[in-house]
Design a protein around this ligand. Sequence first.
Ligand code: SF4
Length: 434
Amino acid sequence: MPVIKDVVCSLCGCLCDDITVTVEDNKIMGVKNACILGHSKTVGVQTHDRIKTPMIRKDGELVEVTYEEAIDAAARILANSRRTLSYGWCSTSCEAISKAIQLAEETGSVIDSTANVCHGPSALATQEKGNPGATLGEIKNRSDLIIFWGCNPIHAHPRHMTRYSSFSRGFFTPNGRKDRKMVVIDVRKTDTAKRADKYIEIEQGSDLLLVTALRSAINGHEAAIPKNVAGVSKAEILGLAELMKNSRFVSILFGMGITQSRSKYKNGDAVSSLISDLTQHTKAIMMGMRGHYNVSGFGEVATWETGYPMAIDFSKGYPYYNPGETGANDVLVREEVDAAIVGAADPGAHFPQKAVRHLARIPLIQIDPYPNPTTELADVVIPAAVVGIEVEGTAYRMDAIPIRMKKLIATEFKTDEEILKDLIVKVRELKRGE
Ligand code: SF4
């Protein structure tokens, strides 16, 4: 049975590249090394419900059509739209993302990624203060203090702690967990927190207060810290500040507890300043625990092609960016778009009610391998191959390292990239009146 080694798991931002997959007669027979999520995704191409054929909604029902008919219908929606929203594109390849951006430019659309409702505020913080980051390899080899803040990797990134952080053995941390301290800061005692040396429970939405107090402690302004900040005692804050200062390499790894709680991007901005303060005493870095496997890739591709990482509006004929005004939810809630195209995402399940209501009212195109609540709202549904399993491509890991994903089995589904290329050609033809 052919065995494919060094396969990249295309599920979460860890992009684990040590997976072994056994294939026979174009079927995946076995998956080794992946966590339960990665295993389920890899074998899921055969066992999960797929969108089997392209479909167009007629008289309220989705009716099976050919790829050509679906692409023609989708192109007509885009060509006739005054202002389209293009959303998602974080669970696909950088090659497809590049085409989605090109299509958005051709059609004068607003294009946004799932980062906007996830780690988007980290991008704003990076623009304000920079990104004092590292690679996952550096964390594994050097970090003796790992702080997970507002994230729960045991469930969201199951191999992170064993491969890259708390439990992994590195060059300067040969004894793995014994060579590291692990601290978890969160609003509830998660399963990750249960494995920490120290768990600090904070009041919801008060992260900025705690970061500011830690900065005061690190900079020697203890007198400015009240007895209790964010539900944490002054003694505990001073203790954590000392632990940070006395560690060789501090890694603050944060999740949506930082990016989507009160103060949003100001939290990331403050953590960046905290890192800067810490580097007066030791080495320190911060990193967002990115969820979708190529959400980092969208930010990279969009930034090098347009100058902005998300929420890019092409309606003026050039890229314009103003999150809060040009984000997917912003333009949906204000009913500013009259059509939408969604790729590899499910706003139907995750967006606020008002945004979903508008999405249901306007012509909606979906490109995805799998049906989801957004399929129920879509007028044109185009099935796609699963990137990293049925088609190769490039993705960026959570530490912004590009990794090439392999093709494991053949498929008859078109790829996202092919579908988007076809749409660009068809939209151009329609605009020329052909
Ligand atoms: Fe896949 Fe993430 Fe699990 Fe690694 S940790 S195997 S990338 S789901």
